[in-house]
Design a protein around this ligand. Sequence first.
Ligand code: CA
Ligand code: CA
Length: 316
Amino acid sequence: MVRPYIAPINKIVGSAGNDRISGTTLNDDIYGGEGDDWISGGGGADYIDGGPGYDVAAYAGAAGRYAVQAVGGVVTVQDRSNGNVSWMVNIERIDFDNGQVDLSGVPGFNPQRYVASNPDLIPVFGIDSGAAAWHYVQYGNAEGRATNAFSGLDYIAGYDDLIGALGADAQQGIAHYIGFGFGEGRNPAGFNGLQYIAGHDDLIQAFGADRSAGATHYIQYGNAEGRQRGDFNGLQYIASHDDLLQVFGVDYDAGISHFVNYGYAEGRSRDSFDAVTYLNKYADVQAVYGADLDAATAHYVQFGFYEGRNDDPLIG
Ligand SMILES: [Ca+2]
Ligand SMILES: [Ca+2]
């Protein structure tokens, strides 16, 4: 094993067009950028990111000289003649002198999004994409780590200053969180594009369950229009419907998703559960949860419903 993990000697960045890029015999980090790129690492332990488009990584010699393996969205190519390993993301095809390997079935992989989705990696790798992709090959995949949990758009939409500075650019949101937001203690999950959609009839009709479209709308329009970031409460929605309560329990996100996908079209109410009455009715619940309406609602969903409790008004 030749490069676990040694910083690259050279960094080569392609243009937005179709590029033909040749690396050196040393370790290179090569970024094709947009366009359909042809990239040859030239030997050494190279990291290659094809970027958008149909990108080809080329290797000298016959296919039998190399071992190709896909680890999640990262593909490794080991040169059996010297042990060198190169690894790549967003490459659609590998060309050898006597054949090709089709990688179009390999999912996309965004190393910086992987890091942002695993904040313990932020102090280790920062925005070093090659190192992050290598970590995923060595450890992250086997550990079952998330690769797409972080949403750059949701992160931006959660902060007025980021909306103004970054706009609806998901990659900039990822880079900002890694470079600044994490250290500043910002919350990456303060906004949920699907929850935002769920709170507005017109957005449900326009976007359905397209979470990214919801975040983009808030960044580009909703914030300036003074719309609520998220006044839909998935738990209140679940508590409002006996059948959902029994299926989803206290799964807040499942409540949001159900309303956007089905509940709205079915004419279900967003929130008809009266947590205040529920709390006032049961002294034992109030003694534990005080005035915490979400906690009282969770109690109803988990226990109260099955105990025959309800939120019917007290008649006295
Ligand atoms: Ca390019
Ligand atoms: Ca090279």
